[in-house]
Design a protein around this ligand. Structure first.
Ligand code: XUL
Ligand code: CO
Length: 465
């Protein structure tokens, strides 16, 4: 993910690209190839700018697809990712980049809304520093943000598009080199607090449905120089202060904690859902904060995203999803667009099982590859992701309707539905009585086969209908 946007986007040698800024001046259209809104055309369509499965108003399990997903685009990746990597500078051709001024930041917001509208995306997410330039002082920075927020408000009003969640970038500026809430420097904590105060105000101003904490550098590199207990206490203190301030200003959005095990620090404190939920409960934050689960973060933690969703779901912490995918052969946060339908099917099964995402949604925290440098690639990428989820939702709903998998899982645990199993669950047995039971019985009865292969075959039957 890139937050340093001071590299000039390259101008590729394709002649049409040289024309783009001119076209933009004339028509204010940043995406001239996309003449009309991307529409649902059905599975047979070969139009690369159409949805084959995402049909926003189609009802699945009695709810419109658009309400199941609440799809969102991430301002940071969509508008600001330049394609730079540790080995080379940005590659992206982005006619909306250019000067790091408030005026240009405002224009960029209008371009973003053109993209959201053309894509039929109903939500977006942003960090404070993606959208407005940082000034010399906090006061100047806040002033810049206010000017840009005015345009967000106008565009929201014009289009009906909403803010899924806001957040603050507490990791890019060198002042956060040791972390923000967990920094060894109390001034960094104070600056971060001031920044989140403003980010909450702005999120409220824009009617945001949520606010996300992702612990950018809330972790450590070296145990020798780290007071872990103190850092965790400070992180909890910080979140409590945010929750208190939200109450003071009447911000009613949902708070999210986004797990990630490593990157940028070696050990991030928000490792996975289990670690985050433990942290929230240990510090009395469980009433206020849910999980924002990101696929690539789950895989970095050695889990699958469905594991993370399932864990958060049964603990009552399922909040929102940062939709993307990692690469099996690369061990870092590649933030690719999700196209794997098995994965989206599993995700949608969990999401349906726990009653949906509520105030949350599916935010594409994903970026196009640095070789995919044209603005049109942003369309192909989001279309692919939305279609993969739409197909996953349809398959998941079919699987639930068919009912075989749920029945087979139930059968597998049938020893708990009567006899000794039922009594254990009901709290009617203890170690002594269980010893007596087994001494009398001699040995266990054989259990039901796990039938993994059959489960997998049945899933394929639904996927390849
Ligand atoms: C970083 C990441 C962030 C959070 C918001 O890996 O996922 O973009 O989603 O700060
Ligand atoms: Co994320």
């Amino acid at each position: 993910m890139l937050f340093c946007n001071n590299e000039k986007p390259l101008k590729p040698s394709v002649s049409a690209h040289y024309l783009l800024p001119i076209i933009m001046e004339k028509t204010m259209a940043a995406f001239p190839e996309v003449k009309k809104t991307v529409q649902y055309e059905g599975p047979e369509s070969k139009n690369p700018l159409a949805y084959r499965f995402y049909n926003p108003d189609e009802k699945i399990e009695g709810k419109a697809m658009k309400d199941h997903f609440r799809f969102s685009a991430a301002f940071w990746h969509t508008m600001r990712a330049s394609g730079s990597d540790p080995f080379g500078p940005g590659t992206m051709y982005r006619p909306w980049e250019g000067k790091d001024t408030v005026a240009n930041a405002q224009k960029r917001v209008r371009v973003f809304f053109e993209f959201l509208e053309k894509m039929q995306l109903n939500f977006y997410c942003f960090h404070d520093r993606d959208v407005a330039p940082e000034g010399k002082t906090l006061a100047e920075t806040n002033g810049n943000l206010d000017e840009v927020v005015k345009v967000f408000k106008e565009e929201q009003h014009r289009t009906g598009i909403k803010l899924l969640w806001g957040t603050a970038n507490l990791f890019g500026n060198p002042r956060y080199m040791h972390g923000a809430a967990t920094s060894s420097n109390a001034d960094a904590f104070a600056f971060a607090a001031a920044q989140v105060k403003k980010a909450l105000e702005v999120t409220k101003e824009l009617g945001g449905d949520g606010y996300t904490f992702w612990g950018g550098r809330e972790g450590y590199q070296c145990i020798w120089n780290t007071d872990m207990k103190r850092e965790l206490d400070h992180l909890a203190k910080f979140m409590h202060l945010a929750v208190d301030y939200a109450k003071q200003i009447g911000f009613k959005g949902q708070f999210y904690f986004e797990p990630k095990p490593k990157e940028p620090t070696k050990h991030q404190y928000d490792f996975d859902s289990a670690a985050c939920i433990n942290f929230l409960r240990a510090y009395g934050l469980e009433k206020y904060v849910k999980m924002n689960i990101e696929t690539n973060h789950a895989t970095l933690a050695g889990h699958s995203v469905e594991h993370e969703l399932e864990y958060a779901g049964h603990q009552g912490f399922l909040g929102s999803v940062d939709a993307n995918a990692g690469d099996e052969l690369l061990g870092w946060d590649t933030d690719q667009f999700p196209t794997n339908v098995y994965m989206t099917t599993k995700m949608m099964l969990s999401i349906l099982k726990y009653g949906g995402l509520g105030k949350g949604g599916l935010n594409f925290d994903a970026k196009v590859r640095r070789e995919s440098f044209e603005p049109i690639d942003l369309f192909y990428a989001h279309i692919g992701g939305m279609d993969a989820f739409a197909l996953g939702l349809k398959i998941a709903a079919d699987i639930r309707k068919g009912g075989e998998l749920a029945k087979m899982v139930q059968d597998r645990y049938s020893s708990w539905d009567s006899g000794i199993g039922k009594e254990i669950e009901a709290g009617k047995q203890d170690f002594k009585s269980l010893e007596k039971y087994i001494l009398k019985k001699g040995d266990t009865e054989p259990n039901v086969s796990g039938r993994q292969e059959l489960f997998e075959n049945i899933v394929n039957r639904y996927v390849f209908k």
